[in-house]
Design a protein around this ligand. Structure first.
Ligand code: NAD
Length: 335
């Protein structure tokens, strides 16, 4: 009975998924125009670009077209207009399978710069868009987008242009605990990923002095791959073939600390708690200081009592002695 119910539930959820395949993001035009103005406001750019014009150029790349037939050439005018900022040396951050971690780490351009922190990437990051030949309103399909790869003409080109701007020490954040959608272990580095296909091959070897490979593992998860083995070694070899030296770090402290904010009690994050405990023992002066105070007061009181006792004894001794001397018979005789 439970098996039949579970089967019905799976069939029903599949039907729901099929009938509501993701189409272009609602209010796409407004979001693109709004993000475009806001990016320029936040970055305080000197020569402001017209966002209505940028929407026109962007939408022309895919509207009224078959999504499965768009090309790199279609999006070229968008990248020509928006451009790609030159990232500060040593600040470029690439990622693969670590979207959340990479952006937590980059902190939206304050620590490092990802493609999504550039104007070209920022404007459309996380949005879906595809054309519809039959839609006469705006040529965009909001009900569903096909299963073909209609995003590489945009994201492949964005990745390539972003990689070309990297210089100095470049970082890539990989996932050492990576599973695919079916739950099967999958390599941290693939040469057909955007990083492997459009970013690593387009680094300017003369400008990139070193590639830091940072491998993060899920807190509480398995270490499927780590520095020096599996696909991570493959990446290091591929970079070397391009003339780029690499250094690899497993779970670097700065990233681990950020991830531990969400898992403070897990085994991997206890280092922080232990350190806090030790520090509090060393730096908290209150209890020992109090102890010394009590001891000092007690000692003073005892010393005071002793002093009084000694004085009283001395006084008594002197008086007794006087009385004794005056009462001695031979003293009178001698006088
Ligand atoms: P990833 O495997 O985590 O993939 C990132 C996105 O691209 C995912 O949505 C994934 O489904 C899709 N994708 C990956 N490979 C694909 C392929 N062969 N065909 C179709 N879709 C594919 O990491 P990645 O592939 O290495 O891409 C991340 C790198 O590329 C980053 O460094 C970033 O600069 C750039 N990028 C960013 C985005 C984005 O949505 N912001 C998308 C693609 C690429």
């Amino acid at each position: 009975m439970t098996k039949v119910l579970a089967l019905c539930l799976i069939v029903f959820s599949n039907l729901v998924n099929m009938s509501f395949a993701e189409g272009s993001t609602q209010h796409l035009r407004d979001i693109v125009i709004g993000r475009c103005w806001d990016y320029q406001r936040q970055k305080n750019v000197s020569s402001v670009k017209n966002c209505l014009g940028i929407w026109g150029i962007f939408s022309k790349a895919f509207a009224y077209k078959d999504p499965c037939n768009t090309s790199f050439e279609d999006y070229k005018p968008y990248f020509d207009e928006v451009g790609m900022e030159t990232v500060r040396p040593n600040k470029s951050l690439f990622w693969s399978g670590t979207y959340k971690e990479a952006h937590l780490f980059s902190d939206f351009d304050s620590r490092y710069t990802t493609l999504e922190d550039t104007m070209a990437g920022w404007i459309v990051n996380g949005l879906t868009w595809c054309g519809a030949k039959s839609n006469t309103t705006d040529g965009i399909d909001y009900s569903s987008c096909p299963k073909c790869d209609y995003f590489t003409p945009f994201w492949g080109q964005a990745s390539l242009k972003f990689a070309e701007k990297a210089s100095g020490i470049v970082r890539v954040l990989l996932n050492g605990t990576r599973f695919d959608k079916q739950g099967h272990p999958t390599p941290a580095y693939k040469n057909d990923s955007y990083f492997g296909k459009y970013e690593l091959p387009n680094f300017r070897v003369k400008e990139v002095t070193h590639l830091l490979v940072l491998v993060v593992h899920s807190i509480g998860g398995a270490d499927l791959e780590s520095c020096g083995n599996g696909s991570i070694k493959q990446l290091q070899d591929d970079a070397k073939k391009r003339g780029i030296n690499t250094t690899c770090y497993d779970d670097p402290d700065d990233i681990e600390h950020l991830l531990c904010a969400d898992h403070p009690t897990s085994r991997e994050c206890l280092f922080f708690k232990n350190k806090m405990r030790n520090t509090s023992k060393v730096t908290q002066p209150e209890p020992s200081w109090k102890g010394w105070k009590i001891l000092a007061i007690t000692m003073s009181a005892v010393a005071g009592v002793c002093l009084i006792a000694v004085v009283v004894l001395l006084v008594c001794k002197t008086r007794l002695a006087k009385r004794c001397f005056t009462s001695l018979p031979y003293e009178k005789q001698t006088n």
